[in-house]
Structures are given as structure tokens and as C-alpha cells.
Design a protein around this ligand. Structure first.
Ligand SMILES: [Mg+2]
Length: 416
């Protein structure tokens, strides 16, 4: 058996742990620059607030006092995360920290009958010492432990176990396939197109069919649902946090492609820098554009995410991906008010173990050293000194969205 300990609504719970007056109220935590919702209390979930929802859409209910929106305090979250992970490890022989608020528990060899009381003890300790509610699920594989934990959260239980085949089949039948661990939006869409809507549908498919449609990762998920452990975190890399993002509202509506492209380059560069600072690499890049919601006319919100063939952390590759996405979502003649970039599928940047016969990837190594040099120069000063030439754009010198002063050409000289 394996266990998963997962903090409930983690960022919101952290805020409540230092400010108990938030208890019982509808609370959300917003992303950097207060752009969108990254954590929701149960009360705000019940109000229909969506994960990732832009903050401006919630403006009215915030103004009416029905919803409390907080800016993220990531130093606090990191501090509590370390302490909570340390608590998990007191109760089991070993645990792997999987994300800021989740840990897989190694309970190998511990009699099944004892597991619920271990789960209860972890829950009690986290609540008493850190005031963080935690849900613990046990099952024979990591994927099933994830399912068990989600089921507990939905039914309001603290600890749950998915053990027998009948229990598993009954539990997974109604759950949407998009909620299965490791199934992203794109894979879920492909599965919908093939008539697979729930985890139960997926479970009942033939393994060969799954492999053909989804490759080895799909096969692993399928095997795990059937009780065969085959996902090793050492392989997938530890997920560090869900995403890194940067976005800004422009001072006015902008329909100039060159201007928006330069902004996207800057946001993507900043995301890349943050990603490296946390020791991560990303498997997907997304870009979004928004029109002004307070202007008459249709609201347009083109956005797209692409999954990369390999996980990356270097600025040029991330910027290149972001620009190609921008090119496919940009709409000629439409004035946009806001734009942003996000990086997803983030895992720890572990050194790749190449085949004995592969030549070492010299280009990638030198890029790594180069990015390290750039980060150390930029990191030493608050005003970032080094960026890509594509960040510079002609005109629009007067705009100030927190970035434009950084890479402007010297005044009085031609900008090119
Ligand atoms: Mg959680």
C-alpha cells in the first residue's frame, strides 16, 4: 500500500492559520500581480469561483464583501509547507515530498488495519501544530491513492482507503477522466473524442487500445488503476508547484502586434527566470490575451497551451514557444488590454542520465551555464540588466506597466 497526504486548499489554509478570522468565510488567494485565482476555500468553491478565474471577473462580489481576495504570501506558504512535510515524516518510515502541499507516504509492510489510525494521527498533528487540515488516502498505487484522497475531500472525510476491487470500480465510475492524475486537458480531450468520459470508462478499456492512443504514460495510468504500481516519482520528477505565471494589464487597449510580442517575450523571460530559481523545468507553455471587459463589444480571450516534447528551463526555448503560441492566437485589428504567459507541468530539474553511447549534449550544457551566468547578473540587481533583444519594441515608450523602463533604448536614440 501507499499513502498520499494532501493539504486542503493549501494557500487558503495557510492564510487562515495566521488569521483565524478568515475561518468559515469565502476566501481566495490570487496569483502574482493579483491576476487570477490560485486557491479557493470550500465556501468560495460553492459560490462557483473557478480555479484560474481572472480577478476582475470577481470584482463585484469582492466589493460587496461576499468574497475575500488575498494576495499570495509565498514565503509563509513555503515555511508552513516545510513544517507540514516534516510532520508527515514523523508517522511513516519515509515520505516523498511531491508538491508544496502533498507527500506520498511509504507505508510498505505496515498492516492495513493500522493505516487509518496513522492517517488520523497525521491529520490531528497537522491541525494541532500548524492549523492546516490534511486529507490522507491509502491504496495499492499512487494513482489510486490520489483517487482515494479526492474522494475523501469530496465527502468531507479526513482519511480513506481504497482497497478492494469492488470499492475501486464503484468509486471511479462517475469521476470525470480529466480528474485522473496525469491526464491533462489535451489528453482528456482526446479521450472524450474516443468516447471515454469517466475514469471508469478508461479503466474498462483494453490496455493495448490505451497504449496506442496515449503511449506509455497512458498505459502506466491504466496499470496503476488496475492496482499495479508503475509510476516512480524518480522518473516523472517531483512536481514543484502547479505553474509559474506572469501577466500584466496594459495602460490602454493595444492592437500593435510588435508591442504585444515584446511584452510576451518579457513575461516568458521572467517566468523562465523564476522557474530556474526554484530549480524546475516545465513541460508546457501557455499564452493568453484578454480584451477590455469594460468596453462595449465582444469579449475575446484567446489562449492556448502547448505541451513540449521535452522539459525545458532555458529562456530562449521558452520564449520561442511563447511567441509561436502568440502567433497562433493573436487576432489582427483587436485591441487587447491584458496578456500573460504561464509555464505548467513543472518538475524538478534533475540531471539527465543519458545512454552510455550518447554523446553528451554539449549545446544543452553550455546553455545551462549561460543561463546560470545571466541569472547571477540579473539576480544581483533589482533592475534587470540582461534580456533578449526581442524585448525591445519601437514606440510605446510612455507605457508603464512595471516593465517598460527596464529595456528601453536610451532616450533620444533610434530604437532598433
Ligand atoms: Mg492540496
Amino acid at each position: 500500500m501507499t499513502g498520499l497526504a494532501d493539504c486542503n486548499n493549501f494557500f487558503v489554509s495557510c492564510e487562515r492559520s495566521v488569521n483565524p478570522s478568515l475561518e468559515g468565510k469565502a476566501v481566495v488567494v490570487l496569483s502574482n500581480n493579483d491576476g487570477c485565482v490560485v486557491a479557493r476555500s470550500n465556501e468560495s468553491k460553492r459560490m462557483g469561483v473557478k480555479m484560474g478565474q481572472p480577478a476582475f471577473e470577481l470584482r463585484d462580489i469582492i466589493a460587496r464583501g461576499e468574497l475575500i481576495a488575498l494576495s499570495g504570501n509565498h514565503l509563509l506558504y513555503r515555511d508552513i509547507s516545510l513544517k507540514v512535510h516534516a510532520i508527515f515524516k514523523r508517522f511513516v518510515p519515509s515520505a516523498i515530498d511531491y508538491s508544496v502541499d502533498e507527500s506520498f507516504l511509504d507505508v510498505d509492510g505496515i498492516p492495513h488495519g493500522v493505516l487509518p489510525s496513522i492517517g488520523e494521527a497525521i491529520h490531528e498533528a497537522c491541525l494541532k501544530e500548524m492549523r492546516i487540515p490534511v486529507t490522507i488516502g491509502f491504496a495499492s498505487t499512487k494513482t489510486l491513492a490520489k483517487v482515494a484522497t479526492e474522494l475523501c475531500k469530496k465527502s468531507g472525510r479526513r482519511v480513506g482507503m481504497l482497497a478492494s476491487r469492488e470499492e475501486i470500480e464503484r468509486a471511479i465510475d462517475p469521476i470525470a477522466i480529466s480528474e485522473l492524475w496525469g491526464i491533462g486537458r489535451r489528453l482528456a480531450k482526446r479521450l472524450y473524442q474516443n468516447g471515454v468520459y469517466t475514469i471508469g470508462d478508461f479503466y474498462r478499456k483494453d490496455m493495448k487500445w490505451v497504449r496506442q492512443l496515449m503511449g506509455v504514460n497512458g498505459e502506466r495510468s491504466w496499470l496503476e488503476l488496475h492496482g499495479e504500481p508503475c509510476i516512480e516519482l524518480e522518473h516523472v520528477g517531483r512536481r514543484l508547484q502547479d505553474s509559474v505565471s506572469e501577466s500584466r494589464t496594459f495602460p490602454e487597449d493595444v492592437d500593435d502586434y510588435d508591442y504585444i510580442r515584446a511584452r510576451i517575450v518579457i513575461y516568458a523571460s521572467d517566468c523562465a527566470r523564476k522557474l530556474r530559481a526554484m530549480g524546475g523545468r516545465c513541460g508546457s507553455v501557455g499564452v493568453f490575451l484578454r480584451t477590455n471587459p469594460f468596453r462595449p463589444g465582444p469579449r475575446l480571450r484567446p489562449e492556448m497551451k502547448v505541451r513540449l516534447d521535452r522539459c525545458i528551463s532555458d529562456t530562449p526555448a521558452i520564449v520561442e514557444a511563447a511567441i509561436s503560441i502568440l502567433d497562433s492566437i493573436f487576432i489582427e485589428g483587436v485591441g487587447f488590454k491584458r496578456a500573460g504567459v504561464w509555464l505548467g507541468d513543472i518538475t524538478q530539474d534533475i540531471p539527465e542520465v543519458g545512454s552510455l553511447f550518447d554523446a553528451p549534449d554539449a549545446r544543452r550544457e553550455s546553455m545551462k551555464r549561460f543561463m546560470k551566468a545571466v541569472d547571477s547578473i540579473n539576480g544581483a540587481v533589482s533592475n534587470k540588466k540582461i534580456g533578449l533583444a526581442s524585448q525591445i519594441v519601437k514606440g510605446h515608450r510612455g507605457h508603464n506597466d512595471g516593465y517598460s523602463s527596464t529595456f528601453q533604448a536610451p532616450k533620444g536614440e533610434p530604437e532598433n
